[in-house]
Design a protein. Structure first.
Length: 494
């Protein structure tokens, strides 16, 4: 290992590693839920609108069931999101103590959005069968806006950490003269925000569609499953090429605004032109790269549309101001994985679009539905990789070029932090296990309710739409859980 890397490891506080690991684990766990929290309300309302527009009981049933999933997911997200909020203050007091007045407005916006979304979800759930159809739908329309507002707050804070501005430093190095507008709308905010929002839409669409793709593969090819697949998959397929354009845009912004991070993402050691592109590969402390696929000049071409484009290398700054070789390799692999998954999703969306354009029907190939079932998991992995690229590529800075991570970490003993980390893992295993059990119980209950639909066509699993009075229940007849009966008397589909 390079002696500089040894020196950095020796100088780092003992608390740094457990604090990083704890933050990384909780953030990686929370990000699994974020796509559904941000984009599922929109997808649900699209299905809801279709149901009202065409008087489609199946579409309304899907929207109602998705709203129940949305509520359960939101409840879990409250727990994991609250943990992250506390960790900012508990693990990184140096960051919040010095810079909280500058970028804390983002967390304030997110908190207001959270409370607003909680109220709107409650109204939306309560409104089924209790409000007029049009009134209920209109009251649900602000839900996607509230979700986008929450994303706005978080991305404003994160983009400020990447490109901090909107303040001056006094003689002691403390921020003064804060300009809130500039602190929120930093150079990286626009590219990060729209890249993130569309990524959430793509991910949620493929995740929801993947559930019904699995049902299709298991022989459930009724209209309920076709519609449950088609609407979210179409939304995700349309958003996928948009995400490619936005991804290219944010990569160019990183190239111009954070050149050292870009060097880490592309494992570029020395500043030069005609820089090759490495697909994967490992960077060593001496600047050599092993493994991977080397494509001559491609990195310069991608960065500036010309092989003569100069790409800044990691050695353009002192070793203490850049990611080390291991961190650069992690950022590079995460970035390449994200791009690779995005490319495969684009091919899948193209397959879907061509079949629909030429034959006006869904693809019938089992391989298509197998790929669609995997697309949800793949898109979640891509989102995780995007955050790894963003955070690891910024090292060693917690506030780019203003505060190092080691300067912000807590003074709590490392042993205490490791104990806390272990407890958090146990709690999160329980939380996510309970979340999965609830979803599976809901699935089984809905599927049973569909199977108990006597004498009705498969195309309409629920004879009574989610609006209007409930039908009378004869004495002694078990009530469906859809109408408030016991779990043993009903349940339903996928």
């Amino acid at each position: 290992m390079h002696p500089t890397v040894h020196l950095l490891a020796a100088d780092a506080p003992a608390q740094l590693l457990p604090a990083r690991e704890l933050m990384a684990f909780t953030l990686a766990s929370h990000i699994i839920l974020v796509p559904m929290g941000v984009a599922l309300p929109f997808i649900t309302l699209v299905m809801h609108y279709r149901g009202l527009r065409h008087n489609d009981a199946t579409a309304l049933l899907l929207a109602r069931r998705w709203s129940a999933v949305m509520a359960v997911q939101f409840a879990i997200g409250v727990v994991t999101g609250t943990v992250l909020s506390f960790e900012f203050g508990l693990l990184w007091p140096g960051l919040m103590g010095k810079w909280g007045d500058v970028f804390g407005i983002g967390f304030g916006v997110e908190a207001w959005a959270f409370f607003l979304e909680a109220v709107l979800i409650a109204i939306y759930l309560y409104g089924w069968r209790r409000l007029k159809p049009r009134t209920h739908f209109l009251l649900g329309l602000p839900l996607p806006a509230a979700a986008l507002l929450g994303a706005f707050g978080i991305l404003a804070a994160n983009s400020w950490m990447n490109t901090p501005q909107g303040f001056s430093l006094d003689s002691q190095g403390n921020p003064v003269d804060v300009d809130v507008w500039k602190a929120v709308f930093t150079p990286m905010f626009g590219p990060q925000y729209w890249h993130f929002v569309v990524a959430m839409l793509v991910t949620a669409g493929y995740v929801v569609a993947g559930v019904y793709a699995v049902g299709w593969l298991r022989g459930r090819r009724d209209r309920y499953h076709r519609l449950g697949f088609t609407v979210p998959f179409t939304i995700a397929a349309v958003a996928t090429p948009v995400q490619f354009v936005l991804g290219d845009s944010i990569a160019r912004q990183v190239f111009h605004k954070q050149p050292v991070k870009f060097a880490a993402m592309e494992i570029v050691w020395d500043t030069d032109t005609h820089v090759p592109e490495y697909l994967f590969g490992r960077l060593h402390p001496d600047g050599t790269v092993s493994g991977g696929i080397k494509i001559p000049q491609l990195d310069s071409i991608l960065a500036g549309f010309s092989p003569d484009t100069k790409v800044t290398g990691l050695t353009s700054v002192p070793a203490s101001d850049r990611p080390n070789a291991t961190q650069a390799t992690i950022a590079h692999w995460a970035f390449d994985t994200m791009v690779g998954i995005g490319t495969l999703l684009a091919v899948l969306a193209l397959w879907y679009g061509l079949v629909w354009w030429r034959q006006r029907r869904l693809p019938r190939s089992k391989w298509f539905y197998r790929s669609a079932a995997c697309a949800g998991v793949g898109s979640v992995v891509a989102v995780e990789c995007g955050w790894i690229t963003t955070e690891v590529g910024r090292q060693p800075w917690i506030v780019y070029q203003n505060m190092r991570v080691a300067e912000a970490v807590t003074s709590t003993r490392s042993a205490t932090l490791w104990t806390m980390f272990g407890l958090v893992i146990v709690v999160y295993v329980f939380i996510f296990g309970a979340f999965l059990m609830v979803l599976l119980k809901m699935r089984d209950r809905w599927r049973l309710a569909d199977e108990l639909t006597d004498g009705r066509p498969v195309e309409a699993p629920e004879a009574v739409t989610p609006y209007g009075p409930r039908p009378p229940v004869p004495a002694g007849e078990a009530r469906s859980p859809e109408d408030g009966g016991s779990p043993t008397s009903g349940g339903g589909g996928t």
